[in-house]
Design a protein around this ligand. Structure first.
Ligand code: ADP
Ligand code: MG
Length: 697
């Protein structure tokens, strides 16, 4: 028989065929190699149960026995059960299979053969009851004991795969095993031998075998380590190359600190920059003055004062006769940024504008023509600003808010179109530096790790609604204001959640009949939204019933209470952003999480919220709980080719891979050495499409 090779299409594998090939395609598996890289999502401990009173860690009982007798027992019009008594040597076991009857065929046909008296079988199931020495097991899987391949499924650490319709665990395990036998030994070793030796890593074929069918927990760990290291090494190589590529670009312009705008800007602020702001502004200015374009991440907790830092950077550009863009992920946010820009630049000779889809054609045309004529110096808008046909005459700096919704791929596209642009991206979900480098490796990182003075961060508690509303009343009596936040706008039959609209009526009529209550949600026309927000900021409303739209941007120091309904529905980062709307003034503020957590994890998340106030730790927790894919947002889903590696659990490995990647590229900048050839090919294959890049020519 012809042996399989790694690049064979999976379809021609015996037993697969065109139908199953389609199922495999759904899992992204096209070739034998893809199949071998479809790693288990978990490994179930199915080692033989020694003492029947103690199932394995996965709650399973796994026994081998000989069938002594078997019978079929009707259990209603459509259900029957097959019961077999087995001897395992020491004890007896009652095995039970439940099956729905079919009018067309005997659903027990194969069972009657496989579990007939005299047969030796493996059972995987769950223990039901215990009577004397008889144990009843509800069987989930059974395998003939005489067949060697049964040992792929039982009496071991058994791989459990992600499936899709048309595939079963059993089929997949046996197929992977065959693939390993036939093609596994020829699995390419992409890691140079010296790295394997230096880091004492398993060779590729060995690691592949062991990750699917580990002989022991220790072997599984070793396999995982090898594969995770490989993923990290590729990632770090890609990041390093990407940075090198940007650094090779040379700007045709420079900046000088003229201060004819920066100085009056500072004087008008009404506060002094924090030390952190000063440091970060210096970092950004130094970077902008370098010959290669800046690609920098500015991270800082909610309220740490990122906006003024961004504005200072934009003013440096404007001082030098250039234009800047300030972009946000949504139009509401862009509008809010624009309002902030106007507030801080009031009285300065800087022309600003806001470009949104809501503009009338004529207004839009006017802005566009002033922009291309260089009259408008700072333009605010959404992320789409630079993708549309918006022509600047001298755009030099783009500030992008909410970096996590603007992935490496978008950054790459922007870079390709505007190779000489300085780029400052901001995130309000800050994470520790080492993690930031792993996730955003093409960016330099500046961090605001200090909050402006004069603010009292909000205390956060889990509470019942009554207690929270009591506080709202008390604060209102003191002349202060409150937010009540809901997860959804409208009642829905499917979800048992409080909605802003329905609750607005209840708040107004039943709960706070004596207070002035307003409603704010994302589906309102933007003019109305802005009106409500402005009125609330001016103190015309005491209570604002709102959805997550208030997450970013609203700045009302007089608001001292926030009640978050169905708090279990919000992510950690969102909750942190939301509560950042209070505690912006001198008076103590309080945030109430009203929730009904259904799982211990949900409860733990809320308790974390109450206990932890540091945005960096919240970001870290969020990343831990949801994983990088979720946290980075759908735009970046799958951007990091990490299947096995976990940037938390394997952080030590990450550090080693980073060091090795840098050393490797220092010695061999284009990975041209023969020992790096497969590594280079894999690097291109992995990151070329993902990142819209890899130039190793
Ligand atoms: P972020 O965008 O990081 O959440 P902002 O830039 O919106 O924070 O700043 C939060 C608030 O703090 C704003 O009202 C801003 O004017 C104010 N602020 C910024 N820097 C300082 C500072 N150094 N001293 C006092 N207030 C500041
Ligand atoms: Mg902000």
């Amino acid at each position: 028989m012809v042996k399989l090779s790694l690049d064979n299409p999976i379809q021609y594998f015996k037993g697969v065929g065109p139908r199953r090939a389609l199922s495999f395609q759904n899992l992204g598996i096209l070739t034998v190699e893809d199949l071998l890289h479809h790693f288990p999502r978990e490994w179930q401990d199915r080692r033989q149960t020694k003492d029947l009173s103690f199932p394995t860690a996965s709650g399973l009982t796994v026994v081998k026995g000989r069938v002594l007798k078997a019978r079929l027992i009707p259990a209603g019009p459509r259900l029957a059960l097959y019961k077999a008594t087995l001897s395992t040597g020491e004890s007896r076991v009652e095995a039970v299979w439940f099956k729905h009857l079919s009018p067309r065929f005997d659903v027990f046909a194969s069972l009657k053969k496989e579990a007939a008296p005299g047969e030796d079988i493996w059972l995987v199931g769950r223990g039901e009851s215990q009577l004397l020495d008889t144990r009843e097991i509800k069987v989930e899987e059974h395998y003939p004991a005489l067949e060697e391949k049964s040992l792929l499924h039982v009496d071991r650490l058994t791989p459990i795969y992600s499936l899709t319709e048309g595939l079963t665990q059993r089929f997949l395990r046996e197929l992977v095993h065959k693939a390993l036998q036939e093609a596994g030994p020829s699995a390419a070793e992409i890691l140079p031998r010296r790295l394997l030796e230096k880091r004492a890593l398993l060779a590729a074929p060995q690691a592949l075998r062991a990750v699917h069918f580990p002989e022991s927990q220790a072997e599984l760990e070793a396999a995982r380590e090898r594969l995770a290291y490989e993923e990290f090494l590729l990632l770090e190589l890609a990041w390093t190359l990407k940075r090198r590529q940007t650094n090779a670009l040379k700007k045709s312009f420079g900046y000088t600190l003229r201060k004819n705008l920066l100085t009056p800007f500072k004087e008008r602020l009404g506060f002094h920059f924090t030390l952190a702001q000063k440091r970060v502004i210096n970092e950004i200015f130094a970077d902008m003055q370098k010959p290669s374009p800046m690609t920098r991440l500015l991270q800082g907790d909610v309220g740490s004062g990122k906006t003024v830092v961004a504005l200072a950077s934009l003013l440096l550009a404007v001082e030098n006769g250039f234009q800047g863009a300030f972009m946000a992920p949504t139009e509401i946010l862009a509008e809010q940024h624009f309002a902030t820009i106007q507030k801080f630049l009031k009285g300065l000779p800087v022309k600003t504008a806001l470009l949104t889809s809501r503009l009338k054609a004529k207004e839009r045309e006017k802005i566009l023509s002033e922009l291309s004529a260089g009259k408008i110096q700072i333009l605010a808008g959404t992320h789409a600003l630079l993708e549309e046909d918006v022509l600047f005459s001298r755009l030099r700096l783009a500030v992008i808010d909410e970096q996590h919704r603007f992935g490496v791929r978008q950054r790459a596209t922007l870079r390709r179109k505007n190779s000489l642009l300085d780029l400052l991206v901001m995130t309000a979900t800050p994470i520790p530096r080492t993690l930031a480098l792993a996730l955003y490796g093409d960016l330099d990182v500046s961090t605001l790790d200090e909050m402006p003075p004069g603010k009292t961060p909000a205390e956060t508690v889990l509470a019942a609604e009554g207690e929270a509303f009591e506080r709202v009343r008390r604060e209102a009596a003191l002349g202060r204001q409150a937010y009540v936040v809901y997860p959804i706008i409208e009642e829905s039959r499917r979800l048992d959640l409080r909605s802003a609209k329905a609750e607005f009526a209840r708040l107004k009529q039943d709960i706070f009949p004596d207070l002035k209550v307003a409603l704010l949600h994302g589906a309102m026309p933007s003019r109305e939204k802005n009106k409500v927000m402005a009125e609330f900021a001016a103190g015309a409303w005491q209570v604002l019933a709102a959805t997550q739209v208030i997450e970013v941007g609203i700045d009302v120091p007089n608001a001292t209470v926030m009640v978050i309904q169905n708090a279990e529905r919000f992510g950690l980062a969102s909750l942190h952003q939301l509560r950042g709307r209070i505690g912006r003034g001198q008076a103590p503020s309080k945030c109430f999480l009203v929730a009904d957590p259904k799982t211990p994890e949900a409860r733990k998340r809320l308790e974390t919220m109450a206990a932890v106030h540091d945005g960096f730790r919240i970001g870290e927790e969020d990343l831990k709980l949801r994983g990088p894919g979720e946290m980075l947002g759908t735009a970046q889903h799958g951007e990091l080719a990490l299947k096995v590696a976990d940037i938390f659990k394997d952080s030590a490995l990450l550090a080693r891979a980073k060091q090795d990647a840098e050393e490797l590229l220092a010695q061999d900048p284009r990975l041209q050495d023969l020992s790096c050839r497969s590594l280079r090919e894999r690097l291109i294959a992995l990151y070329q499409r993902r990142w819209d890049w890899v130039d190793l020519s």
